[in-house]
Design a protein around this ligand. Structure first.
Ligand code: XIL
Length: 583
């Protein structure tokens, strides 16, 4: 953030438009990328390039600098300088980097294409290239287009130096699999993509990409996503087909990135498009962005360049241009505004499987008053919001984020993109299911059905992992550890949630005072398998209702050492993975 401001200082009052788009993308949990040219980043006479790139986007991809020819110009040498410029710049301005590309038929150096190498030699060259390039940027490039454009439009494998001319000695998609495996061993944490054009909708090429992806997923080949280039025209084909294709890819559990989005327009000899064309272009941007936002696994949208001034379109498609979000003077175009509208209008998408106990991370249903975490909501405050009191109660609205159960807003413990923690309203008591919806800035997500349980006991853990040492104190409020073990015959204070219904008509979000609401169901406890007496089983004094305290007497017969502690409420027990050290 700081760096972004510093970058802007020299620009004085230059009319930047307030990075609405970037902020909205960050709230939505998706990356907004641009392909970039390192020489332009370094052009101090045109600092507006670096400023727009650094300010408006949160992801960069080298347009050419990491391709085989540019980065590996002779067999014995690499040229990392330009790629390093991109990586260093993006680190400085807080962006992530996508790498592009390791295996492609184009922009390969003469030493490679004219070297008359055997398949064995090519295989060694490619393995060492991938290992060197991916290895160098491990931890700094978060995703790679490992293989680019390997299919023909009819779905057959394109004939290239890597596939069959002469190829690295593997037939069909096996060479793609091999490249993915090499990239995965060079950086096991990087997300690996297959990237292609004209495979956005439903056609022979996208079918072939899908079939390969499905096969790779089934066989656990390290493929994490599909890049859809998205070089579109004013007639982008069926949007419904693009939607269907993204659905089937993400249904495999793979991510989708729009990697090279642009919408080229017919332009006059000065490079200008008509207002009508710019308006249609804006609608196309809006529509494809809206499709991506329907799928939580569609995680990045990247345009192929920053400004119309330097887009690749005019040189490759004569008579066309004006394809990007910023015009030749770096002013946001109608497409920028419609992109922003699509983000602002998009509904968050949630799934019931993302809802777990905040103590045990156990899913499959909620109990009244249970403190839960919902993961994977792809819309929310970009900065962590901590709990707030509203009329003496924990607020159920944090920075316009709400979590509703049958329309009742749950008190919120915290909220940020991708994660919200809440206390399930006591009103779900007695129901078999509840409808959960997330809401951000007034826009509601889909509703998902969540089973309601009478209780779902769970003990908080010291490292919040859900397993290991429980959050347990001695009677002097000192943490129980190996050096301060629980005394046999003594009392320990255990903290948890998921007790279900409580006495004294508990109010959502209220802080527990006298009379302290008690768990209504039967409560029992064991340590190391030995029954222990429960002296107190109710609200955590001063805590939000739903946070529980149990005072448990450690029975004399409990074995010494690190022992599982289990609390049973009604017919359900807490997971036995939580432990307490006994003297
Ligand atoms: C293009 C670059 O934009 C140009 O500067 C270069 O001259 C040729 O390559 N699909 C891809 C990109 O995957 O790498 C291509 O980039 C555009 C089409």
């Amino acid at each position: 953030m700081m760096f972004r401001l510093l970058l802007l200082l020299p620009l004085g009052l230059l009319a930047l438009q307030g990075q609405d788009l970037r902020l909205l993308c960050e709230q939505r949990g998706i990356k907004l990328g641009a392909a970039a040219d390192p020489t332009r980043i370094l052009d101090t006479k045109e600092i507006v390039y670096a400023a727009t790139l650094g300010w408006e986007f949160n992801q960069i991809e080298p347009e050419n600098a990491m391709k085989f020819g540019p980065i590996h110009p002779s067999q014995a040498s690499y040229s990392f300088g330009p790629a390093d410029t991109i990586v260093n710049f993006s680190n400085a301005v807080g962006q992530v980097v996508r790498g592009h590309t390791l295996v492609w038929h184009s922009q390969n150096p003469d030493w490679l294409t004219k070297g008359n190498f055997s398949s064995k030699e090519l295989s060694d060259i490619l393995q060492s290239h991938i290992n060197t390039v991916v290895g160098r940027y491990a931890g700094r490039v978060y995703a790679w287009d490992v293989v680019n454009e390997a299919f023909n439009d009819n779905g057959t494998i394109r004939s290239t130096i890597w596939s069959d001319s002469p190829g690295i000695g593997l037939t069909g998609t096996a060479y793609i699999e091999q490249a993915l495996r090499w990239a995965n061993s060079a950086d096991p944490k990087a997300l690996l993509f297959y990237n292609d054009y004209s495979a956005e909708g439903m056609n022979a090429k996208s079918n072939a990409v899908y079939a390969m992806a499905k096969d790779f997923v089934t066989r656990k080949v390290p493929l994490h996503g599909i890049g859809l280039q998205m070089h579109l025209t004013l007639t982008p084909g069926s949007l419904a087909d693009i939607d269907t294709n993204i659905k089937r890819i993400t249904d495999l559990g793979l991510q989708v990135h729009f990697t090279e989005l642009d919408v080229r327009l017919p332009v006059d000899s000065s490079g200008n498009a008509t207002a009508a064309a710019l308006a249609t272009q804006a609608q196309i941007y809006h529509d494809v962005v809206a499709i991506c936002l329907k799928y939580p696994l569609c995680t990045a949208i990247q345009t192929w360049g920053v400004t119309d001034k330097y887009s690749w379109i005019p040189s490759v498609f004569p008579g066309f241009g004006a394809a990007l979000l910023f015009d030749t003077s770096y002013k946001p175009k109608p497409a920028y505004n419609s992109f922003r509208d699509a983000l602002a209008q998009a509904a968050p998408v949630i799934s019931a499987s993302g809802l777990v106990s905040a103590a045990s991370y156990e899913g499959n249903g909620v109990a009244p008053g249970e403190i839960v975490v919902l993961y994977g909501n792809t819309f929310g405050p970009s900065i962590l919001q901590l709990p707030q009191l509203d009329g003496g109660k924990v607020s159920s609205n944090l920075s316009s984020a709400r979590l509703l159960f049958d329309g009742v807003p749950a008190p919120l413990i915290y909220a940020r993109v991708g994660q919200v923690s809440a206390v399930v309203p006591f009103a779900v008591e007695g129901k078999t299911t509840t409808q959960m919806q997330y809401e951000y800035q007034g826009v509601k997500s889909n509703a998902v059905t969540v089973p309601v349980l009478a209780s779902k006991p769970a003990i908080f853990t010291l490292d919040t992992s859900g397993t290991g040492a429980g959050a347990i104190l001695d009677p002097n409020y000192q943490v129980i550890t190996a050096s301060n073990p629980a005394r046999k015959g003594g009392v320990i204070l255990v903290f948890g949630t998921g007790g279900g219904a409580m006495t004294d008509n508990p109010q959502d979000g209220a802080l527990a005072g006298v009379p302290l609401p008690q768990i209504r169901d039967t409560v029992s406890a064991t340590i190391g398998g030995v029954d222990c007496k429960v002296l107190y089983k109710g609200a955590l004094p001063g805590g939000v209702l739903g946070a529980l305290q149990f005072n448990i007497e450690v029975a004399a017969g409990v074995p010494s050492g690190v022992r599982p502690i289990v609390i049973t409420i009604g017919n359900k027990s807490s997971p036995s993975a939580v432990t307490v050290v006994v003297e």
